[in-house]
Design a protein around this ligand. Structure first.
Ligand code: PLP
Length: 394
């Protein structure tokens, strides 16, 4: 078998397929020297709103800023509480903390890795000054927005969707992630399914007055020029990013479908070898390895990450073995946020599903251009390791 390295992500392969579309745009912007705002940004904001099925979209400097600006627009400030998962990327809770507000942790569902309406309802009951709910569509799978919207309506607070990893995914009603909350927040970090040539983000919303507020907030709260009724930030999606992302957007669904097809192939190989899905536990399977349980149509998983579960006792040895074999992988996320040093003052929290996921999960290459040989090499390397090491340790 070919033992060439398999990277976790190969952005050069994607670029090679669209170089001819991108290079003229970069040349045009270099010639125009129009880097901030302008027609590329306007067109891209409209294209994202149309893609997500919202009335508006407001570009900003990153997914982290999309969360921060949304929280600012919702009036979140010192002493407020915002519900969010602990098993997510740091930015989710970091945005809350930066405004002097407190994250209120919820555990995740072991099947989807997303937080559930029941979990959030239970957290609502623990809150004294709840201001918003910020659930995350993790790994590219849309969360249960019907349930979440019902809980938020009862609690009388907005939902700020952290859809940073989930652009194009659809929930159980067929609606796109980021289209049903008060705002939806997306990241264009290069490793996302729609990745820029640097940092970038956007906020979707169906409320024109919220969009107008976000446009002021991303520009120091300025309106009209040099008049500030409130303090905002400098958070721009520049013209080069908007042009690159605008050229990539028409390819996004094809790329996400290729990721899902790769996931099908991995599923087949791991399930045929005796693994199960996250709807099961490792005790129920002949091989202790779980693949992601797939949502039913019309839901769509865009597989920003393909995350396996293996016994905690062998996960880190498997990582070391994959390093030796030059197979890219990562752990999202080894330390849930409630265990982070910087949040220690929030006190202990009981989030057993998050803790277990942090100990057992491992993400493997899933990018669109992955070849069949590469997938086989990844799966066979993992399977032979799990077969020889897991039975002794579980
Ligand atoms: C769930 C989640 N939220 C927020 C962000 C922040 O996005 P950015 O890196 O563009 O600031 C990320 C990025 O990885 C993310 O995965």
């Amino acid at each position: 078998m070919d033992h060439a390295p398999v990277p976790l992500l190969d952005l050069k392969a994607q670029y090679a397929s669209i170089r001819d579309e991108i290079e003229p745009l970069l040349r045009e912007i270099s010639e125009s020297q129009w880097f901030i705002g302008g027609p590329h940004l306007d067109a891209f904001e409209k294209a994202i709103a149309a893609y997500c099925g919202t009335t508006d979209a407001v570009g900003c400097a990153s997914g982290s800023d999309a969360l921060l600006l949304s929280l600012m627009a919702a009036g979140v400030g010192a002493g407020d509480e915002v519900i969010c998962p602990s098993y997510t990327f740091f930015a989710t809770a970091g945005a809350i903390w930066r405004l002097g507000a407190r994250p209120v942790w919820v555990d995740i569902d072991p099947v989807t890795y997303n937080c559930t309406a029941d979990g959030v309802q239970e957290a609502v009951e623990r809150c004294a000054s709840l201001k918003a709910i910020m659930p995350v569509h993790l790994f590219g799978q849309a969360l249960d927005m019907d349930g979440m919207l019902a809980v938020a309506a009862d609690a009388g607070v907005p939902i700020i969707e952290d859809a940073a990893q989930a652009i194009g995914s659809r929930d159980a009603t067929g609606a796109r992630a980021g289209s049903r909350g008060w705002t939806g927040c997306f990241s264009f970090f290069p490793s996302k399914n729609l990745g820029g040539f640097g940092d970038g983000g956007i906020i979707s919303t169906n409320d024109a007055s919220v969009a107008a507020h976000l446009r002021r907030l991303r520009n120091h709260g300025m309106d009209p020029k040099y008049y500030h009724a409130e303090v905002g930030v400098n958070s721009r999606l520049d013209a080069m990013q908007a042009a690159v992302l605008g050229a990539k957007l028409p390819h996004l669904d094809t790329w996400s479908e290729a990721r899902a097809a790769n996931a099908d192939d991995y599923d087949r190989m791991f399930l045929e070898a005796g693994g199960g899905t996250t709807a099961q536990t490792m005790d129920d399977t002949s091989l202790p390895l779980l693949v992601p349980e797939r949502p039913q149509t019309p839901a769509v998983h865009i597989f920003n990450q393909y995350v396996l579960r293996v016994p905690a006792a062998i996960r880190d040895d498997l990582r070391a073995h994959l390093v030796e074999e030059k197979i890219g992988h990562d752990v999202y996320y080894p330390v849930p946020l409630h265990r982070q040093e910087c949040f220690r003052s929030l006190g202990e929290a009981s989030l057993p599903v998050s803790e277990q996921a942090a100990a057992e999960s491992i993400a493997i290459p899933i990018y669109a251009e992955l070849t069949s040989d590469q997938r086989s090499r990844v799966a066979e390397t993992i399977l032979s390791f799990v077969k020889t090491h897991a039975t002794a340790s579980v």
